[in-house]
Design a protein around this ligand. Structure first.
Ligand code: FES
Length: 151
C-alpha cells in the first residue's frame, strides 16, 4: 500500500519522520492509522511503540482521521496578543467545532499550533500549506468560504 513511499527511503530509523510525513500527506483523511504504524515499524524494523511516541510528540501528526482541510491557528504569544483568541472563537462559531474536532461535512479540522515564523503578520493561521496573516473576523469568513467553494 505504501510501497511507493517506502521505495524513496532506505529502511533506516532516521527516515521515520520523512516517511510519516509523506504517508500523512497522501492520506485523504490526513492521519496515520494504527495499521500504518505497524507497516512502517516492519519496514524500518523498529518497535511500533517508538512510532507512537513520535506521533504523540509532534503535534503535526494525527492518529485520528481529520478533515480535508486542516486549519492551524497560531496560539503563541505574539499572535495571542494580537487577537488569536478572538479568531479562535470566530472559527469555532463558523465551523461549529471545538479545538481538535472535524466539521460534520468533513471539510475542516480545527487545530492550534505554535509560532509559524511570521509573527509580523499576527494573528496568523495555516490552512494545509497556505499561510494567512493579519486576520480579522471578516477576513476569516472570506477565507473559509473560499475553501467551502472548493479551493
Ligand atoms: S507567534 Fe504566531 S506566527 Fe509567530
Amino acid at each position: 500500500m505504501y510501497e511507493q513511499i517506502f521505495g524513496k527511503y532506505t529502511p533506516e530509523k532516521e527516515n521515520l519522520i520523512y516517511i510519516l510525513h509523506e504517508i500523512q500527506d497522501s492520506d485523504p483523511q490526513h492521519y496515520i492509522s494504527e495499521e500504518t504504524v505497524h507497516l512502517v515499524a516492519d519496514y524500518l524494523n523498529i518497535q511500533p511503540a517508538h512510532i507512537f511516541g513520535v506521533l504523540t510528540f509532534y503535534t503535526m501528526f494525527s492518529t485520528k482521521p481529520r478533515g480535508k482541510n486542516i486549519i492551524r491557528l497560531c496560539e503563541s504569544p505574539p499572535c495571542f496578543h494580537r487577537g488569536s483568541e478572538k479568531m479562535l472563537l470566530k472559527l469555532a462559531e463558523m465551523l461549529k467545532v471545538k479545538i481538535g474536532e472535524t466539521t460534520a461535512d468533513g471539510l475542516f479540522t480545527l487545530e492550534l499550533c505554535a509560532c509559524l515564523g511570521v509573527c509580523g503578520n499576527a494573528p496568523v493561521m495555516m490552512i494545509n500549506d497556505d499561510v494567512y496573516g493579519n486576520l480579522t473576523e471578516e477576513k476569516l469568513e472570506s477565507i473559509i468560504n473560499s475553501y467551502k467553494g472548493g479551493k
